[in-house]
Design a protein around this ligand. Structure first.
Ligand SMILES: [Zn+2]
Length: 286
């Protein structure tokens, strides 16, 4: 019966791990070949948030986005760049060469399962440089898929509302915002009473080197791996942030689905890179 069929189609889970093998091909088709890969890490989040905060947050936003604009959301991915929190309990830091290798293999496997577009959604600040680099090196070898990175994934209108509502004007890690998001999704895991136990203000210990970059930049400012003051955090702010993030990701999913240019240019580039000295056929002169 058609009504039943519609109901079944709309109940197709967005999470990869919740799909059955028999439903998987339908999901790939419905997603128009787009897999959303939320990325995080496992690291200390101040004195009050769970180690897996980044993955929990970005995955929640990704799942909401994919329910709005269907895509398959890859299972929790905890392996990111996190050397700067190795001095804190519970941190898992993978060697840089393995990070790249693992993510490439995961992308290859996603593509082998029928997807030709992979959208990376990052939930961890320490992944930023690496994920841009990862996208750049996709040109190193021919691929039959395209990797996109969601760079601006917050809805602009909601971003303005968030700015107006926030009580602290600085942060970035286990701060008012991040804590609010966990309060919206997993309040049982937030120990807000501990948020003032450590000082999340920047120490400014490398102030004289502001036009250079070293691996110590973060530790110099935030030795406790806490950047912000989470005390004013609240679930309403977190819910708004999640809504903005999900809306922004859904917009990017639509843009990626309708993109026909990148894969064509990528193929053209690989062909030319194989024979850089080959001249294009000369144009006829009149
Ligand atoms: Zn975080």
């Amino acid at each position: 019966m058609p009504a039943k069929r519609t109901r079944q189609a709309s109940s197709l889970p967005v999470q990869w791990e919740e799909l059955t093998a028999s439903d998987f091909p339908k999901a790939v088709k419905r997603a128009k070949g787009v897999c959303l890969l939320p990325m995080g890490v496992i690291e200390k989040h101040g004195p009050h948030l769970p180690l897996g905060t980044d993955v929990m947050d970005v995955r929640e936003a990704a799942i909401r986005a994919a329910r709005d604009e269907y895509a398959v959301v890859f299972p929790p991915y905890y392996f990111g760049q996190i050397n700067c929190a190795k001095h804190q309990p519970g941190c898992i830091s993978i060697r840089p060469e393995s990070l790249n290798e693992l993510l490439q293999q995961v992308c290859d496997e996603i593509a082998r399962n029928g997807f030709d577009k992979i959208l990376l959604a990052n939930g961890h600040g320490g992944n930023t440089h690496w994920l841009n680099f990862f996208c750049q090196v996709q040109l190193a070898e021919r691929k039959d898929y395209v990797v996109y990175l969601a760079r601006e994934a917050m809805d602009k209108e909601i971003a303005k509302q968030l700015e107006a509502k926030r009580k602290t004007n600085w942060g970035g890690h286990a701060c008012e915002f991040e804590t609010s998001v966990v309060m919206a999704t997993r309040p049982d895991l937030v120990k807000l009473a501990r948020a003032g136990d450590e000082d999340g203000r920047p120490r400014g210990r490398l102030k004289g080197l502001k036009d250079t970059f070293t691996a110590m930049w973060w530790y110099a400012d935030f030795p406790d791996h806490y950047a912000g003051d989470a005390r004013p955090a609240n679930a309403q702010l977190g819910e708004l942030a999640l809504e903005g993030w999900a809306r922004g990701l859904a917009r990017l999913l639509r843009a990626v689905k309708s993109d026909k240019v990148t894969s064509r240019l990528q193929d053209e580039f690989y062909a030319r890179a194989d024979k850089p000295l080959a001249k294009a056929a000369p144009k006829k002169r009149r």
